[in-house]
Design a protein around this ligand. Sequence first.
Ligand code: UDX
Length: 450
Amino acid sequence: MAELGYEVVGLDTDADKVRRLGAGEVPFFEPGLEELLRKNLEAGRLSFTCDPAEVAGWADVHFICVGTPQRAGDGAADMTYVDAAVETLIRAGLRPDALVVGKSTVPAGSAERLARRLAAGTGGTGPGGARTGEAAPGGTGTGRARTAQPAPGGVELAWNPEFLREGFAVDDTLRPDRLVFGVRPGGRGEAVLRAVYAPVIEAGTPVIVTDYATAELVKVAANAFLATKISFINAMSEVCDAAGGDVTSLARALSHDARIGGRFLRPGIGFGGGCLPKDIRAFHARAAELGAGPALSFLAEVDRINLRARERTVTLITRALGGRAEGRRITVLGAAFKPNSDDIRDSPALEISAELHRAGARVVVYDPAAMANARRRFPELEYAPSAHEAATGADALAVLTEWTEFRDLDPNALTPRVTGRVVVDGRHALDGPAWRQAGWAYYALGRPPA
Ligand code: UDX
């Protein structure tokens, strides 16, 4: 938002994060974000605070971007942080013409509930209420000194999900493939959001204006579709294993059908991260609450196929070691749930590593960005400072996150370091024939052994 020219204050409860961000330091790995942060700090458009009083009565538009993690037990989304953010804004005193914009991924029906809460808490009219006058479009980048406009309908809520991918967050935010505005009919949400996103809309980004429930559903439907596509190809990988086929050729052949397309059709150890796994569970849980559980029962199967890919990988690595992992030294390259990220939430690479460790293997992990996070979460694993050092003395090598650095590894250079020339390519990232040429036994799910 600062890059689009607005004056932005970021509010967080974590004082350490606020301090680091204010000093120009991004507390996680995201290509291009630190440059953008520093540029906008220097331009004076961006600052950070822990004090709600500094922002509540000042901003025209409040984006709620807090997490909705998986709730323990039932798989539903934990709304604690979203609810707390709304209560904080209400308590701190919003401007009467403010627009609160939800970006968090929430169960369908949350926006409606929060709109009522905001209306009750700020004396507004709520989602069904009448609009009594002309609204002042907000978010136009005016400064802190702006005088309050009359408040025709009171504080309003809009839902505006984001679809950014980790590793591409900057580009996905500045150049999104669509904007979705869930707004109150007859309210001023659409006008305000169109003003806020004017530069993005002028660049040709399609805008879908809809109701709250649809906007909430677009996000989880998108993630459910992507997860299903990945599990579909991993299911084909299981069938290829049974039938002696090659899932990479199969995926390539499917991808030429424009109706199917090749994106999110990469087989391997499956999806992880802070979104796909918990979003399909929360979506299913919410659908069941709404009485539409059977419509999404296939998502439970998508989840099972995904978790099975991890089990199949443990089995494949064990088989590659001759049937026993106990006492063997296994090098795992990759800890992050995907490349260009230091995020290890529900990371298939680390779950597989931990399972091998439980089976009695010595597991040595290396990742270009996620070492600190991995070590904190799995202190029982061993860690090495480079791929080559991790490979020293290995009985088998498993590539579980497809960082470019691992794709580019030269098997001949690794040969003198390892004890056994055995490689398991969890992401179909390596040039199998080249590794075999170099004398390595190459294994991958869904592909026949050489
Ligand atoms: C996802 C959605 O893509 C994004 O639109 C949403 O806003 C947040 O959730 P992200 O979690 O950053 O983004 O990762 P994504 O690129 O979708 O990958 C998710 C997981 O699927 C990763 O573990 C990745 O390795 C895996 N994956 C992806 C596959 O196994 N095969 C594929 O073909 C694609």
